[in-house]
Design a protein. Structure first.
Length: 543
């Protein structure tokens, strides 16, 4: 089938406009079900190859696993003892690509790992975890990590007990023998997901609609007919496409025969900023009760502590941290740090969709599988955040039988919207100061990149929301340019307001709903309904 030229739109992404296009488009080349990082990556990959693309998500873009990770772009140092060298190398090489194409969303970090007398190192084989051997085994592993990441051998370093305790205030020093430092990277997972989709929308005319569930997909002579239900107005309609890609993560695609996945729960704590804790270093905690590593990662002025890895069998649409998981994380955090003023602001649970190969979820591969489960219907299972671009390209490659002369992927060199210019935080900072707004310019830049300069053009009547970071102009921006349709879309994903405040955004709900009402045309009745929905959204998150 020949490839049609995708429509190019102006730089906007309003949910109502895209909802209308989704329902009225005669036929898409490909419909993507699932708006996580892989689905949005597939939308950009396919659209940049010239395919017309529609994407739907039953909740919101990045609302599932893609907003609930440890925010790391890494090869996965813990996979080395399992000899998954290909997976590690793929991640580390992809890290370099993202450093260029998503520069404002990419942050290089040093990870410090303290070592203690009598404690083993998680994930090392038994023979290598002996106290006499562990330091040498760890150093060898870090050298290999540097080599696989094409960094050279000088990217890691050994630290004395004094050096590591000085670098990490509050670190418990009893039996501390020293440690190691190595380089890895961090991102804002949900902002990356939305930015990838925004690039597909604004640069290549893709259609993206959230709060829209795929009820059923049926084959037709032309390809596929998918029945969808709009969760916001309750209406059901049909979308025609030549092909379908299902990147539904923990949820099943709308076909009876599909690849099975196993679910694993990964819980994190958001800890209020701890005075003195370095904002430019993360910590790998080497030993836990269940033999896994844990991370303490700086995240936009706070700390992120995680994660757990236990089988999950409940409703994948509404994962919530259990008391046992939260207690596990707190117990281990306090095992390594004496920080009495550390206060947990929020917790969240993300589900890993793992290929079903038996064994424990902790030992299951973080690799992925892409399979054409029916003619013209491709499903993606497994995978990790760092390699989303490669997984997405592979999924689109599987459509080669559905289209004539499908071009090769070009996303390796595709600069995401907001990327590709030198960091200009000073200009943003100056604009905020002139508007009398005491908000961190670096955090605005880390969310929007060069598009921050468009937001600061609108600061005349702006104010700062309850997290002390988020400027009110970003509310209208989210509705106009990022497909936001509810209060929760903004507070839980377009910003991090619900995760970074003690009331989780409740005190800002009136102001946010007023701006969204103006942007989205809500009546007084609809505005009241949206506030109730927001309360339900927070309750469902356990906030």
């Amino acid at each position: 089938m020949p490839i049609k030229a995708a429509r190019i739109t102006e730089m906007s992404w309003n949910r109502a406009d895209h909802r209308e296009r989704l329902a009225s488009e005669e036929i898409f080349d490909v419909l993507i079900i699932g708006g996580g990082i892989v689905g949005c990556g597939a939308a950009l990959d396919a659209a940049s190859r010239g395919l017309s693309v529609g994407l739907i998500d039953q909740e919101d873009f990045g609302s599932g696993t893609s907003s609930r990770s440890t925010k790391l772009l890494h090869g996965g140092i813990r996979y080395l003892p399992h000899f998954e060298f290909g997976l590690v190398a793929e991640g580390l090489i992809e890290q370099k690509t993202l450093a260029k194409t998503a520069d404002f969303l990419f942050r290089d970090l040093e990870f410090l790992m303290p070592m203690y007398e009598g404690r083993t190192i998680a994930d090392l084989p038994n023979w290598a975890s002996h106290p006499a051997i562990a330091p040498a085994a760890m150093k060898t592993g870090l050298m290999l990590y540097d080599i696989l990441g094409l960094r050279g051998l000088g990217a890691h370093r050994a630290l004395s007990d004094t050096e590591i305790s000085e670098a990490l205030p509050g670190l418990i020093e009893d039996d501390l023998t020293g440690g190691f430092g190595y380089r890895d990277a961090q991102t804002d997972d949900v902002r990356l997901t939305i930015t990838v989709m925004k690039t597909a929308v604004t640069r290549y005319g893709a259609v993206g609609v959230n709060h829209t569930k795929a009820v059923e997909s049926e084959p037709t002579d032309e390809g596929w007919l998918t029945t969808v239900r709009d969760d916001l107005d309750g209406k059901t309609f049909q979308v025609r496409s030549h092909a379908v890609i299902a990147a539904t993560g923990p949820s099943a695609p709308p076909l009876a025969d599909h690849m099975p996945v196993r679910l694993s729960s990964g819980v994190h704590l958001v800890v209020h900023h701890v005075s003195g804790f370095p904002g430019d270093k993360a910590v790998l905690l080497p030993e836990t009760e269940d033999g896994r590593v844990m991370f303490v990662v700086p995240w936009q002025g706070h700390l992120l502590v995680g994660t757990t890895d236990i089988p999950y069998t409940d409703d994948p649409a509404a994962p919530r941290p259990t008391k046992d998981e939260v207690d596990y994380l707190l117990r281990h955090f306090r095992m390594y740090f004496d920080l009495p003023n550390a206060k947990v602001l929020s917790t969240f649970s993300g589900l890993r969709a793992l290929m079903d190969e038996g064994g424990s979820t902790a030992d299951a591969s973080r690799g992925h599988e892409v399979r054409e489960i029916a003619e013209g219907f491709v499903q993606v299972a497994g995978g990790k955040l760092t390699t989303y671009r490669r997984i997405a390209a592979e999924a689109v490659d599987h459509l080669d039988n559905s289209f004539d002369h499908l071009p090769s992927s070009k996303t390796r060199h595709e600069m995401l919207v907001g990327a590709g210019s030198p960091e200009d935080v000073s200009q943003v900072e100056e604009a905020l100061n002139q508007a009398g707004l005491d908000a961190p310019a670096d955090i605005m830049w880390s969310r929007y990149g060069q598009q921050s300069l468009r937001l600061v053009d609108q600061l005349k009547h702006a104010f700062i929301l309850g997290d002390g970071q988020t400027v009110s102009t970003s509310i209208a921006w989210a509705a106009r340019h990022e497909g936001a349709a509810t209060i929760g879309d903004f507070t839980l994903r377009r910003s991090h307001l619900s995760w970074f405040t003690e009331d989780h955004g409740r005190s800002d709900a009136d102001a946010i709903s007023s701006i969204l009402a103006s942007e989205l045309g809500w009546s007084a009745t609809e505005t009241a309904s949206q506030k109730r929905r927001f309360a339900t959204d927070l309750e469902r998150e356990g906030l």
